[in-house]
Design a protein around this ligand. Sequence first.
Ligand SMILES: [Zn+2]
Ligand SMILES: [Zn+2]
Length: 350
Amino acid sequence: MHTAAAYALPAPDGSFEKVTIQRRELGPHDVLIDIKFAGICHSDIHTARDEWGGSRYPCVPGHEIAGVVAAVGSAVTRHRVGDRVGVGCMVDSCGVCAPCLADEEQYCTAGATMTYDSVVDPAVQPGGHTLGGYSTRIVVTENFVVAIPEGIGLDVAAPLLCAGVTLYSPLRHWGAGPGKKVAIIGMGGLGHVGVKLAAAMGAEVTVLSHSLSKQDDGKLFGASAYYATSDKQTFRELRGRFDLILNTVSANLPMDDYLRLLNLDGTLVILGLPENPISVKPFNLAKYRRSLAGSMIGGIAQTQEMLNFCAEHGIGAEIELIAADEIDGAYDRVVASDVRYRFVIDVSTM
Ligand SMILES: [Zn+2]
Ligand SMILES: [Zn+2]
């Protein structure tokens, strides 16, 4: 067994506590990673505070992991000791279903094993559920470990493992590139990376944000236009404008207002997940043959492709680095949308 320090929530309404956890002995295909940085994703908060129900405790969140390989199993070929590597939202999947064979492990029909809060055999993770990246070490099977290219700092790479691929995958799937008009709803942890990625792909990028308070940043990240959705005029002016709209906001939005911003064959993709059902007027889909779609993170091969793309284009997340004992306060600030743009835990402070 490998001992690691971790920050865990003992119960939904508790505070984070420093604990000692065990990681499994390396199997032939396992990689032991010394974690250097871990991003704080809004999903971590929903899970840690049991807002989706059924969370398991102690809860060690963290699925935006960047670190260095400390040891490898006897049959590992993809990574070597000393390599800069990352782990995202998943640590395993069945490997044989149609989505897995199509490199879309996030849609594994047996259900992918998520990096934290997934039930597993105690031989996989002592305690019987996975424990994430708010810890000093993790053991992951080599196929779910990606390389972080030189040229991206490990701290700004960490959020790319979830936020980055969550935006990259739909941008690629729906063909963002030169000649395409893309709008990103929301300029938070997800949205700001989306702006950078879509701009680097050559698309014309517009930000649709509640206010204009982050307009300067949006332009700096590559947006050519920035509109406040609190202004009714925005929806009149942009009617029929976009080929692709990515919605990163997890609050319920007036979907019809946004659907009307799509042009012929345009698609509105839902990435943020509101708790409540959404409703749309069917006419707004029928007109211009519009689509309403969803997308969930991305596969491991595409995560690697995304990191390579980011290195090539000098893209990292914008982060605020915090110490491990500041997680509780950071959570409150994320909930209050008071972060530019992603908190990242400096794991050396554990
Ligand atoms: Zn996430
Ligand atoms: Zn599968």
